[in-house]
Design a binder for this molecule. Structure first.
Ligand SMILES: Nc1ncnc2c1ncn2[C@@H]1O[C@H](COP(=O)(O)OP(=O)(O)OP(=O)(O)O)[C@@H](O)[C@H]1O
Ligand SMILES: [Mg+2]
Length: 325
């Protein structure tokens, strides 16, 4: 990827106007340690992008470079259409940092007041209270933050990220301290943001959560993009399971023509080839019905994002779907 201005201008011309995040060729070294190397991706308006990768992969470093908190050694960033060096680029961005601590003597209400003032946003007291209710802190709004549990502090951090009506929300491990109900709340919250056209960039080790809310995923490994794509591209439809009655040798031959076949009673599993263009299954079902087979069930079998992530990180995955380098 070119990190020069000309390359960036050419890449920009190909994108729809002002994505929420656009970055190209990001690099960061700490001494001899490479934290981030040649990372490029974008997040469209209203899109939820998950940043995944093992400890030390560079996720937080990328986020900090996007937000202007760490200066990249190379690369460019545009936030909501503005260069990251322009402070206005961050005025409509909500951010939940990975590690944070609020002033222990303040109450959640005061913390939100402070952030609304800093963001120069016009948010009424009732809306601020609603924001605290949204993260489950309505009845603790007047208590001192110093006495809060870890999860309650994280809930407050979420409220801070959301209170000034951002167009882009960046969440660095939003649920690491949350109980199961809190995690579901965050999932609903992210989906509500998306439905309002707010873009969300989030980073979490809870892969199941990422799989439920993200449209697209970028997997980082040792500072580089190891794979990226939509969930459909990354997880694909690799196998299909069919429950059939009236199968003879001729029918099995037709099933085998679609991919390698395994049978367990009435259930037949066909492993689709990597270059399946989406017509194999409909063609197969049409032919089976034409051959007089009773088709009781057709189920796609998808691998989980966790399986895919582990395969990418162990380098034992074929490069069939998504982009992989
Ligand atoms: N301020 C710093 N000084 C020196 N090294 C740093 C600094 N910040 C990050 N690094 C190094 O950069 C690499 C990437 O760290 P980063 O925090 O971005 O990882 P991460 O993907 O967010 O990991 P985690 O999942 O543990 O939060 C690590 O090797 C880390 O030690
Ligand atoms: Mg991190």
């Amino acid at each position: 990827m070119t990190s020069g201005t000309t390359g960036a201008a050419a890449a920009l011309a190909d994108l729809p106007p002002s994505p929420a995040v656009w970055c190209s060729g990001l690099r960061k070294r700490y001494g001899r340690q490479t934290a981030v190397e040649d990372v490029s991706f974008s997040v469209a308006r209203g899109e939820v992008l998950g940043l995944l990768g093992p400890n030390g992969a560079g996720k937080t470093s990328v986020i900090k470079m996007l937000l202007g908190l760490v200066r990249p050694d190379a690369g460019e960033v545009l936030l909501l259409g503005r260069r990251a060096s322009d402070p206005r680029s961050r005025s409509a961005v909500g951010y939940l940092p990975e590690l944070f601590r609020y002033q222990p003597w303040l109450t959640p209400r005061e913390v939100l007041d402070l952030h609304v003032r800093l963001a120069k946003a016009d948010v009424r007291a009732s809306e601020r209270q609603e924001c605290l209710a949204l993260v489950g802190l309505a009845d603790r709004a007047g208590d001192r933050v110093g006495g809060f549990s870890k999860g309650m502090q994280q809930r407050l951090g979420l409220a801070v990220a959301l209170v000034a009506r951002p167009e882009l929300v960046v969440l660095d491990e939003p649920t690491s301290a949350l109980d199961p109900i809190g995690r579901v709340d965050v999932r609903d919250l992210v989906l509500a943001l998306k439905s309002r056209g707010v873009a969300v960039l989030l980073n979490s080790h809870l892969i199941g959560e990422v799989e439920r809310v993200c449209d697209r995923v970028v997997i980082l490994d040792k500072g580089r993009v190891a794979a990226s794509g939509t969930l459909a591209e990354l997880l694909g439809q690799r196998e299909v399971r069919l429950r059939l009655a009236g199968v003879d040798g001729r029918i099995e031959d037709r099933l085998r023509a679609a991919g390698s076949l395994t049978r367990s009673g009435d259930w037949f599993t066909v492993q689709l080839t990597a270059d399946d263009d989406g017509v194999t299954v409909p063609d197969l079902v049409r032919d089976l019905v034409g051959l007089g087979v009773a088709v009781h069930a057709v189920e796609p079998v998808r691998i989980s994002l966790e399986e895919r992530l582990l395969a990418v990180l162990r380098h034992d995955e074929p490069t069939a779907e998504g982009t992989q380098r």
